[in-house]
Design a protein around this ligand. Structure first.
Ligand SMILES: Nc1ncnc2c1ncn2[C@@H]1O[C@H](COP(=O)(O)OP(=O)(O)OP(=O)(O)O)[C@@H](O)[C@H]1O
Ligand SMILES: [Mg+2]
Length: 347
């Protein structure tokens, strides 16, 4: 059985009259990568700050599994928890060199003294920052500072890594580096909790997504299951050449006819007007279907066999990014995303 690493129980945080986190429940198991996704002000950073003991909840509990192997209330643990590492918000560091700063944090976390130098060099190298080792972090760009923030979070090689918007300020290449780095942590069996707006990044690396809005979790599941719950199933079909504009209308019509029994005719119009769409820009057909995943195979067969003279399919895939974007948009559309979600699930 997978072991719970952290459990948030009825967690609530108020600032004056304002409730930033409202009765939040969440459980993360060992080795899982969980994405906390929600709009600005949803309560992501507040939740993470409570886990890091920077903020104290008004009510509820945070239980974590420490080295003693018991789930324990973090408020009852006297010191910072050494098997956790945090990157919170955009870090604002002291006037120090990267080396001094990382050594300071490693010591703070009681990392074995004889391995600190090696650890710092290894991580600076991993993030392409070796040549900046003896430069003052105050002179670093936003992206470099963010990378130092990530290194600081894992300098002591924690089991549980919590990253708040790790991709902030990073260029596309650095974002790929971060993704690779998270995969590396996953291979080592680490448990990872990431708050982010970057749906693409999140859907690529996370096992499960917790959607948060107005301080409440409105969905917590795999991308596949979240999608199932709100019944959006789509496939993107990339074509070798653009469709002939003169024939476009009739081709779409025939595709719709031939695929009729598989198509989703009760689509939410905010998602799409028609179950078959064509994007000239992407050179892609988007097909909204119903039923099991085997249906995708049937659809592909029909498209390849019956439209040989109209187009050539070069790829056929479930769009991960836009799926999550659609799910997200759908849930955030109403103040009461959760109710919407439950309604659809019970249909
Ligand atoms: N110290 C504070 N005092 C008063 N209100 C606060 C404080 N910290 C956060 N808030 C409020 O709590 C809400 C949640 O903020 P939080 O920073 O957790 O959001 P977030 O999900 O991390 O957003 P973002 O995506 O912008 O980082 C916001 O409305 C914010 O204004
Ligand atoms: Mg935040």
């Amino acid at each position: 059985m997978t072991e719970t690493i952290i459990r948030l129980e009825n967690l609530t945080k108020r600032f004056g009259n304002f409730t930033a986190v409202n009765n939040l429940n969440l459980e993360v198991c060992r080795g899982e990568t969980i994405g906390l996704v929600g709009p600005n002000g949803a309560g992501k950073t507040t939740t993470i700050k409570m886990i890091a003991k920077i903020l104290r909840p008004n009510s509820g509990k945070i239980l974590i599994r420490t080295n003693t192997d018991e789930l324990q209330d973090i408020q009852k643990l006297s010191r910072t928890i050494s098997n956790m590492g945090f990157l919170i918000d955009i870090p604002n560091f002291y006037n120090m060199t990267a080396y001094q700063l990382l050594k300071y944090f490693a010591n703070l976390q009681d990392y074995p003294k004889d391995r600190i130098e090696e650890r710092i060099d290894f991580l600076l190298d991993l993030f392409n920052l070796s040549e900046w080792k003896y430069k003052n972090v105050k002179t670093f760009s936003k992206g470099m500072t963010q990378k130092i923030g990530i290194i600081q979070a894992i300098i002591h090689d924690p089991e549980f890594v919590v990253l708040d918007e790790p991709q902030t300020g990073l260029d596309p290449l650095a974002r790929i580096e971060i993704r690779k780095f998270v995969r590396e942590l996953q291979k080592q069996g680490k448990t990872i909790f990431i708050a982010s707006h970057m749906l693409h990044e999140i859907s690529e690396i996370c096992d499960k997504i917790a959607l948060i809005n107005h301080g409440e979790i409105i969905g917590f599941d795999t991308v596949d299951n979240l999608e199932g719950a709100i019944k959006i199933r789509s496939i993107d079909v990339k074509l070798l050449n653009p469709l002939n504009p003169e024939k476009l209308g009739s081709i779409i019509e025939t595709v719709t006819e031939k695929l009729d029994r598989y198509l989703d005719h009760n689509l939410d119009p905010t998602i799409s007007k028609d179950p078959v769409e064509y994007s000239t820009h992407e050179q892609e057909l988007k097909i909204f279907y119903v039923g099991k995943k085997e249906v995708r195979g049937e659809i592909l067969k029909i498209l390849v066999k019956e439209f040989e003279s109209d187009f050539t399919v070069v790829s056929f895939y479930k769009p991960k990014t836009s799926r999550l974007e659609r799910i997200y948009a759908q849930m955030m559309k109403t103040d009461n995303g959760r109710i919407e979600l439950l309604k659809k699930r019970n249909k």
